[in-house]
Design a protein around this ligand. Structure first.
Ligand code: GLA
Length: 391
């Protein structure tokens, strides 16, 4: 990624100085350690913000125009804050427009801006580059327009942008951790109450490694929405069976599931089993981390992957291969797919001494079988969205 001086130089080449407030802002991607497809079931998740991010430079304008130059695809677009509607051509622009739309709908007044942004988060790899783009846009707009928008409100606003404007029915996890992530901590989020707890994750003996399969099935959005529907069917079923308030699969205990599961259609039963058991794994996993029991946590990651593969059916051959290869290596405590699935990345927990060997082996073996060169990133829990400078 270019350094800040270089980015300002590009900014000055693209735009004339308006003389108004300007600044630089960033928002990170994320990797989810455990708790997959639980957020939209009002359950638990444990993501960390990663050290890959989007950096956005912006300056306020007198009028209501927004100009954006993006250094990833090298495209420039212009639109007005008075006519925000989804663009078919530049689909990345929808994340920005959606956020600006939601800010205005929340009653905050906006002026136009000139923007430049760049990113080192791999695209469509399950590391939430889109949430990072939403969050960095929200932060940039808030700060340049002197608006007081708290991080949690910002996360919700960005999620609404993705749900309403981009048209993806995602949960709150990605935007939440991009806003609120903290260095050296994982974020244990209760996706019903929106409370969170910081779980320390800094032990020099262990390393989190992300492996990018470099494949992405086109199925993500349609299958994602289908899973949501299936969870809804399961929730309705339990509402009728149990004599108490049931709002989501979060409310079902494992023994309740076991008692009634035979009455559910087979696929729905498996979907429900994933969500109910995954919620349990997150809570047990958090306790294991609190006690410094990384082996127990790794085991839960392995179980999580099995459940995502067999019950929720959101993995794919390449992700399964990466997990299988990882689990054969020495020093690996856990491995699983991360994010929505159907391609993208796995997350691995390793003893640090084995990191170099792991990298080399995974790259070689995965390439040998698939013909694809995977990317392997060492990562550490990083901070959430921030103001780099406001001038
Ligand atoms: C995507 C969504 C998240 C979450 C994950 C699956 O990343 O944006 O809200 O549902 O998939 O855990």
């Amino acid at each position: 990624m270019q350094d800040l001086n270089k980015l300002w130089k590009i900014f000055k080449e693209k735009y004339t100085d308006t003389g108004l407030v300007k600044g630089a802002f960033s928002a990170p991607g994320r990797v989810n350690l455990i708790g997959e497809h639980t957020d939209y079931n009002e359950g638990f998740v444990l993501p960390v913000a990663i050290d890959k991010k989007i950096v956005m430079l912006g300056q306020l304008r007198e009028d209501r125009l927004v100009q954006v130059f993006d250094l990833v695809y090298k495209t420039k677009i212009t639109f007005s804050l008075d006519s925000l509607s989804p663009s078919k051509k530049e689909s990345w622009a929808n994340y920005l427009m959606g956020v600006m739309d939601e800010i205005q709908k929340a009653g905050y007044p906006l002026q136009g801006v000139n923007l430049v942004f760049t990113s080192n988060i791999p695209q469509r790899a399950g590391l939430s580059s889109s949430a990072a783009l939403e969050v960095v846009t929200a932060l940039t707009m808030a700060k340049l327009n002197s608006l007081e928008i708290k991080p949690l409100e910002m996360a919700h606003l960005c999620r609404r942008a993705e749900n309403n404007f981009v048209g993806v029915a995602c949960g709150i996890m990605d935007q939440y951790v991009s806003c609120l992530g903290q260095k050296n901590y994982a974020l244990f989020i209760d996706c019903r109450s929106n409370d969170y707890e910081l779980i320390p994750l800094k032990d020099p003996n262990y390393q989190i490694i992300i492996c990018n399969s470099k494949v992405q099935r086109g199925l993500v959005d349609s299958e994602y929405n289908k899973r949501k529907e299936e969870c809804k069917i399961a929730t309705e079923f339990f509402k009728h069976k149990l004599n108490r308030e049931i709002r989501a699969l979060r409310d079902i205990a494992i023994d309740e599931y076991e008692k009634y599961q035979a009455q559910l259609p087979e696929i729905i039963a498996r979907r429900a089993r994933h969500v109910i058991s995954e919620n349990y794994r997150v809570q047990v996993g958090v306790q294991a981390l609190r006690e410094g029991n990384f082996s127990a946590f790794g085991q839960l990651m392995i179980e999580s992957h099995r459940s995502l593969k067999n019950d929720y059916e959101v993995s794919c051959a390449e992700l399964d291969l990466l997990v299988d290869l990882a689990l054969k290596q020495e020093g690996v405590l856990g491995a699983r797919m991360t994010g929505a699935g159907f391609g993208g990345c796995t997350v691995n927990l390793l003893k640090r001494d084995y990191v170099d060997f792991f990298k080399e082996k995974i790259k070689k073996e995965y390439k040998k079988i698939t013909g694809i060169n995977p990317d392997v990133y060492l990562t550490a829990p990083s901070g959430g969205a921030k103001v780099i400078e406001l001038i």
